[in-house]
Design a protein. Structure first.
Lengths: 496, 486
């Protein structure tokens, strides 16, 4: 017996909707109400779309009553505000797109819509997905719904998909879209005690998703359980002729892979991930993960990913080089905010100075620098070589193992005011997530436990190209073993 | 031909020229979007969200543009690279929506090739092609419609271009002109570029340097950007080479820079120096996969290529016995060659050649028409020539009929019947006319018989006049000879 409408997972809500135990209108109304109650504080939404959601819920109920409707019919979700949504403001959490309403829909959100998912609005993120804290948003930082047991300090939700992670964790939506360039789904999922998948590069179309780094960006699902993620991914994924880098291969029925188990599976533990100064609690949760997989019948072996230490610097060169070029279009000429100037150059300078935040500016400058004549070979070209080596590391590892287990992040969520002042210290958050991004292989994060201060910690699984299914199978074992049923302090199901 | 030289105060200078020709690819839609690539149109009506660089938009390569580039490469007898890649060339400008141009920098689709040119004295030279790549065009900035604002038209933004880069093999303005004309001819034959320089579908960046006669290596060059006619290219080379010679001779140095050609003042002006040259920050375009094409596809395209100008020329010489000069004129445009062959095939080829190069071209010139909208079709001209060949009319009458055809558009046989111009081949009628003339000119007959042979022409003229020009000239000659001898 359900005690609260907020106990539903995406999967159980789907069943309840079909069985007409709950209506889409009830479900959507309850979540809209939760957003109104909690999100002025959390700030996980940039734009709320309750009217559209209520209309869609009515239509969904009509379909469900006839036994029709797609796989996500009537399920309330949130969309990271990096996906273009037709007729709904899409900002990338930047002032420069503060009033931008696209006349088109991203392929990923169009797929979710096609299957009946109902968007409650656009979720906060780091500006242009650049950050690991969600504090770089022009629409204000997002508060992690979790609190330390010993303090009331606001914690960061991680980033860049911080709004998505916080909204899911707080029960404001049943699932959300995220994008991951160097860890932007996995790290906030870990920080907020939820589940997130970064699929193989090319699995989901990038069409209509505002680009940060084209060769790394990949959309993926974020939800409270792996099953929920599997359901969402199946809808989001697929070939799209409008994205030349999307891959034309069938989308598996991901849910079916969840129960496969790990008997006979070989799990690799990369020794290079045992970095100096790794907190004992992270070390411990990692060991816990190893034990869980062993108990479930997997064989765990140590492996080497020798170029790991070059991953982070190479990532920041490759990603920022692409970003510096991708963000050139925000010039105030055709769309978005414009600050007038006496000349074209003055218009550019004024528009971009006013429109971009500090972190975005920093990254554009760095990216421009590494592509500059005379520096290209030393930076960009070398980073590309490292990227090839990182990819080879993984391919070599997958000759002997099926999946790799590692921590998701080197720490749990930290407080807003503990954010390091040195940007490079912030970049270190991505040390475990970046290699998979650089290689293009899929990875996921599942909540594994709480640290001594009551903040969630995640475990990461990294898989073979397009083998999200094995990831789901292994992830499901961890999920079951961890039986992570803790709830954040701020949650829709907890009355204030 | 004597080499082109600039005579300076201190000696003779040779001119070294390399050309980068930008040719718009003939295609329905743009290189990376479905928007129309058609020229003209109201401003900003041929623009997709991709062309306008909207957030999240991605380029998708147009396969037909790739086919056109391959055809062009084959037409330049160049290497086709089965692996090529797109790069981003980054710079800010208001008519460049994304802030970068997608081009092929490191790995172009076409490698080395050659273009054969023929100079006015018949000398043939081979100009090397270094490479050819695909890239997208930018939009157009319009600065002269408002005192304080500029307008942007993105119709052209994203249209597919081929950039054909020559080796520095060109040694004179004439060679540069011949090279561009030849390139234009090949592209038009292939149907890969319409070659229309007025509409900007072909334009050239001209690299010019000079060196002393006999000197090895190259001196610093200047690049003259965006020259949009053959004549201006030739003029620009002339004045730029002279400018450089003057500077070298006065002890100065040439700075590597980008210049503009002002055809009104007939001078080149500095646009930007090397110091403020753009740093384009080229890097691979990660929104697109590398372009990998199959040899079998290249072979298919090759098999379907039209006959190229050089091959056509050689064939016309062989099949129709036309001279080198005539074949050049007849193959200048594919439409002319097609017209010619329609007329000459199965007809008297010499007659066809003479008529087309003579009366027919004259009529086009006079009426200001082109071969495409010629007042006389190839079929109609062929009928006229057949009337000459089968002695229905003679050559002189044929000219009259032709003028009537130009005027009325009627068929030759219709005009001949309407005007009663059918040639008289009735021996009796011609003989009667001759007898009358001989009788009326007894004195001239006597003179002729006493040895004044030249009078024969007089009798021919009189006979033709009496016959209203319609007598068969050969029969007139024959009968006159017979009757004068009697």
């Amino acid at each position: 017996m359900m005690s609260s409408i907020f106990d539903y997972t995406l999967a159980s809500a789907r069943e309840a909707l079909r069985a007409r135990k709950v209506s889409a209108v009830e479900l959507v109304d309850a979540h809209i109400d939760a957003i109104e109650r909690l999100d002025d504080g959390l700030n996980s939404f940039i734009t709320r779309t309750p009217e559209q959601a209520r209309l869609a819920a009515k239509e969904a109920d009509a379909l469900l009553a006839r036994g029709e409707g797609g796989s996500l019919c009537g399920l309330p979700i949130g969309i990271k505000d990096l996906f273009a949504t037709e007729g709904v403001r899409t900002t990338a959490a930047s002032k420069i797109l503060g009033n931008f309403v696209p006349p088109y829909e991203s392929t990923v959100t169009a797929n979710l819509k096609r299957d009946g998912a109902i968007s409650l609005g656009k979720l906060n993120l780091d500006e242009f997905a650049m950050g690991s804290t969600n504090l770089t948003s022009a629409f204000g930082g997002v508060e992690n719904p979790w609190k330390r047991c010993d303090s009331d300090a606001k914690l960061v939700p991680g980033g860049s998909s911080g709004g998505s992670a916080a909204a899911v964790a707080a029960g404001l939506v049943l699932g959300a879209t995220g994008t991951d360039t160097g860890g932007s789904i996995r790290q906030p999922a870990a920080f907020c005690g939820i589940t997130g998948i970064k699929p193989t590069y090319g699995r989901c179309s990038r069409f209509g998703t505002i680009a940060f780094a084209s060769s790394l960006d990949q959309a993926g699902p974020m939800a409270r359980t792996l099953q929920d993620c599997a359901i969402l991914l199946e809808s989001m994924a697929g070939f799209d002729p409008k994205d030349s880098t999307s891959v034309d291969r069938p989308v598996p029925h991901y849910e079916a892979a969840l129960g496969r188990g790990v008997k006979g599976l070989k799990v690799g533990i990369p020794k290079e991930y045992r970095i100096d100064g790794l907190p004992a609690e992270i070390e411990a949760i990692w060991q816990q993960g190893i034990d869980w997989l062993k108990e479930a019948g997997a064989e765990v072996v140590e492996i080497s990913l020798p170029h790991t230490k070059y991953g982070l610097p190479a990532y920041y060169i490759a990603a920022l080089a692409e970003a510096s070029s991708n963000l050139a279009r925000y010039d105030g000429v055709r769309f978005g905010e414009r600050v007038q100037g006496a000349s074209l150059d003055a218009l550019y300078e004024a528009t971009r100075a006013a429109g971009f935040g500090d972190e975005v500016k920093r990254r554009i400058l760095l990216g421009t620098y590494v592509l500059s004549s005379g520096y290209y070979d030393a930076y960009y070209l070398r980073a590309q070589k490292v990227r090839t080596l990182l990819q080879r590391d993984f391919l070599k590892a997958y000759e002997t193992v099926d999946v790799i287990l590692a921590p998701t992040a080197p720490s749990g969520a930290f407080a807003w005011d503990e954010k390091p002042t040195d940007p490079v210290q912030v970049y270190l958050n991505d040390v475990f997530t970046v290699p998979a991004s650089m290689a293009g292989v899929p990875a996921l994060s599942v909540p594994a436990g709480l640290d001594s201060r009551g903040v969630p910690l995640g475990l990461q699984l990294i898989g073979r190209f397009f083998d999200e299914e094995t990831l789901l199978a292994a992830g499901s074992v961890l999920e079951k073993a961890a039986s992570f049923t803790h709830r954040p302090t701020i949650h829709a199901g907890v009355s204030a | 031909m004597s080499a082109y030289r600039i005579t300076g105060e201190t000696g003779e200078w040779e001119v070294i020229v390399g050309l980068e020709v930008h040719a718009q690819i003939v295609s329905q839609s743009k290189l990376f979007s479905g928007a129309s690539a058609e020229y003209g149109g109201e401003p900003n009506t041929h623009v997709s969200l991709v062309d306008a660089g909207f957030p999240g938009m991605l380029p998708v390569l147009n396969r037909e543009c790739v086919a056109q580039a391959v055809r062009t490469g084959l037409g330049l007898r160049a290497q086709i690279n089965l692996f090529s890649r797109f790069d981003r060339k980054n710079y800010f400008y208001a008519d460049l929506p994304t802030g970068y141009q997608i081009s092929q920098f490191e790995h172009p689709i076409v490698g080395k090739g050659t273009v054969e040119i023929e100079l006015s004295d018949g000398e043939v030279r081979h100009i090397g092609v270094t490479r050819m790549h695909m890239e997208q065009d930018a939009g157009k900035s319009i600065h002269d419609q408002d005192p304080t604002r500029s307008f942007i038209d993105l119709n052209r933004a994203g249209v597919a271009l081929m950039e054909i880069v020559s080796e520095p093999d060109i040694r004179s303005p004439e060679e540069a002109g011949a090279y561009i004309r030849k390139l234009r001819q090949i592209l038009r034959y292939l149907g890969t570029c319409d070659g229309n320089m007025e509409e900007g579908s072909m334009r050239a960046d001209v690299n010019v340097s000079v060196r002393r006669e006999g000197e090895e290596g190259y001196r610093t060059r200047c690049e003259i950007k965006n020259v949009n006619s053959v004549r201006f290219v030739m003029q620009a080379i002339e004045v730029e080479a002279q400018r450089q010679v003057d500077i070298w001779e006065s002890g100065g140095e040439i700075d590597q820079e980008t210049r503009l050609f002002d055809h009104v003042k007939s001078e080149t002006r500095s646009l930007r120096t090397k110091e403020d040259a753009h740093d384009y920050r080229y890097f691979p375009e990660s929104d697109l996969l590398p372009l990998v094409i199959e040899q079998s596809w290249v072979d298919e395209l090759k098999a379907a290529l039209p006959e190229l100008p050089e091959d056509k020329r050689a064939r016309l010489e062989k099949e129709y016995g036309v001279s080198r000069y005539e074949s050049g004129v007849l193959t200048a445009e594919q439409s002319v060659a097609d017209f010619y062959e329609t007329v000459a095939r199965g007809a008297d080829a010499r007659l066809a050649t003479n008529w087309i190069l003579g009366d027919f071209f004259a009529a086009l010139n006079r009426t200001g028409r082109t071969i495409e909208d010629s007042p006389v079709s190839a079929e109609a001209l062929r009928e006229l020539l057949s009337l000459i060949s089968d002695s229905t009319i003679n050559g002189k009458i044929a000219k009259e009929v032709f003028e009537d055809m130009v005027e009325t558009g009627e068929k030759a046989s219709v005009i001949v019947d309407r005007k009663g111009l059918r040639q008289v081949t009735d021996t009796g009628a011609i003989e009667a006319a001759i007898n009358d003339i001989l009788a009326a000119n007894a004195d001239k007959v006597a003179e002729y018989k006493s040895g004044k042979d030249k009078l024969f022409g007089f009798f021919v003229g009189q006979t033709m006049k009496a016959m209203k020009g319609k007598a068969n000239p050969a029969m007139v000659n024959e009968l006159l000879k017979k009757l004068l001898a009697s």
